[in-house]
Design a protein around this ligand. Structure first.
Ligand code: ZN
Ligand code: ZN
Ligand code: FE
Ligand code: FE
Length: 274
C-alpha cells in the first residue's frame, strides 16, 4: 500500500529529553533541534534541560536568571515549527532535602513534564561525571546501593512525571557482581505503586558501557508490573536527536512493550509504540 507508506512518518516517536546550550555542555538551540526533528519526522519534541538551582550550585546547568531565556527559546521553536508539537520540560536533579525547590520550580512555568534524575549521590558527588571516574573501580556494590536507594526516593517523591536513565551508574562499565535484580526490583515496585513512568535513554549507547539505560532485565520487570516507558535520546546536540531509537524500540518490544506515553500539561496519554 504505497499511499499508506507515504503518510507514515519516518520516525514515529517523541523525543522528550533534549538539552540546550544554557546547561553549558550542549550545543544547538531549540530552533536547531526543531529543524532536525522535522527532518527526522519525529512526532513530538520535548526540551528537558538541567534545572536551575536557587543559588550557584555546579557548572552544568542554567542559572536561575536564565530560566526566562529557556522559556523564550522553546517558544521561538514552537513559533517556527507550528506543525511539530514541542513540549516544555526540565530534567530535575533529585536532592533529598531539597524537594521544596522542585515544587517551587514546578509552579514557575507551564511545564508539560518534569523528569526526575539522580546524578548526585547523597555522599555528595556525581555518579556520571568523568571527573569522578576513579571512584568507580572496586566500589560498584556501594555506589549502586546508594544510587538505587536515592532513585527509589526520587520516584516516591511525587515530584516527577517520569524518571531518567535508570541504571546510570553503569555508564563507565562498572557493575556489581551477581544478580542485579536486587537493585531493579525496589525501583520497579516504586514506579508501579506511584504511577511514575521511566525512560529508555539511548545516551548509554554513546558512553563507555555501550548499552541502553536500562537493561532488558529491568524492562522485563517493569513491563510485568505494567510501568509505562518513554524512549528518549538525552541529546546534547541536534545530531543526537532520535539516536538509537531503533535499538531502544527493539529492546522495549523484546520486553513486551506495545505502548509509550505522550505528555502535555503534566498529563500523559498512552499511544502505540511502533
Ligand atoms: Zn547534560
Ligand atoms: Zn541525567
Ligand atoms: Fe539529560
Ligand atoms: Fe543528563
Amino acid at each position: 500500500m504505497p499511499a499508506l507508506k507515504e503518510t507514515t512518518p519516518p520516525m514515529p516517536f517523541s523525543d522528550y529529553h533534549v538539552h540546550t546550550p544554557l546547561c553549558r555542555h550542549a550545543s544547538g538551540w531549540p530552533l536547531e533541534f526543531g529543524g532536525r526533528a522535522v527532518e527526522l519526522g519525529l512526532e513530538e519534541l520535548g526540551f528537558a534541560d538541567h534545572n536551575p538551582m536557587p543559588a550557584p550550585f555546579d557548572d552544568w546547568r542554567m542559572d536561575l536568571e536564565e530560566l526566562p531565556l529557556y522559556l523564550d527559546s522553546v517558544a521561538q521553536a514552537r513559533e517556527a515549527f507550528p506543525q511539530l508539537p514541542i513540549r516544555l520540560g526540565l530534567e530535575c536533579d533529585f536532592l533529598p532535602g531539597k524537594e521544596a525547590w522542585i515544587e517551587e520550580l514546578a509552579s514557575r512555568a507551564p511545564w508539560d513534564f518534569l523528569i526526575g534524575s539522580v546524578h548526585y549521590l547523597p555522599e555528595g558527588w556525581e555518579v556520571d561525571h568523568p571527573k569522578y571516574l576513579g571512584r568507580h573501580a572496586g566500589n560498584a556494590e556501594e555506589i549502586w546501593t546508594s544510587y538505587w536507594d536515592t532513585y527509589v526516593r526520587c520516584i516516591r517523591s511525587g515530584l516527577f512525571d517520569f524518571v531518567a536513565h535508570p541504571d546510570l551508574p553503569k555508564k563507565f562499565g562498572y557493575r556489581p557482581a551477581g544478580d542485579l535484580k536486587r537493585f531493579y526490583a525496589p525501583a520497579v515496585e516504586a514506579l508501579a505503586e506511584t504511577g511514575v513512568a521511566f525512560e529508555i535513554n539511548t545516551a548509554g549507547l554513546r558512553k563507555e558501557c555501550r548499552e541502553l539505560y536500562p537493561t532488558l532485565e529491568f524492562l522485563q520487570l517493569a513491563h510485568a508490573a505494567n510501568v509505562p516507558i518513554l524512549i528518549n535520546s538525552d541529546a546534547h546536540a541536534p545530531g543526537e536527536l532520535g539516536a538509537g531509537f531503533a535499538e531502544a524500540a527493539a529492546l522495549a518490544a523484546e520486553a513486551g512493550y506495545t505502548e509509550t506515553l505522550r505528555f502535555a500539561g503534566r498529563k500523559s496519554r498512552r499511544v502505540a509504540l511502533r
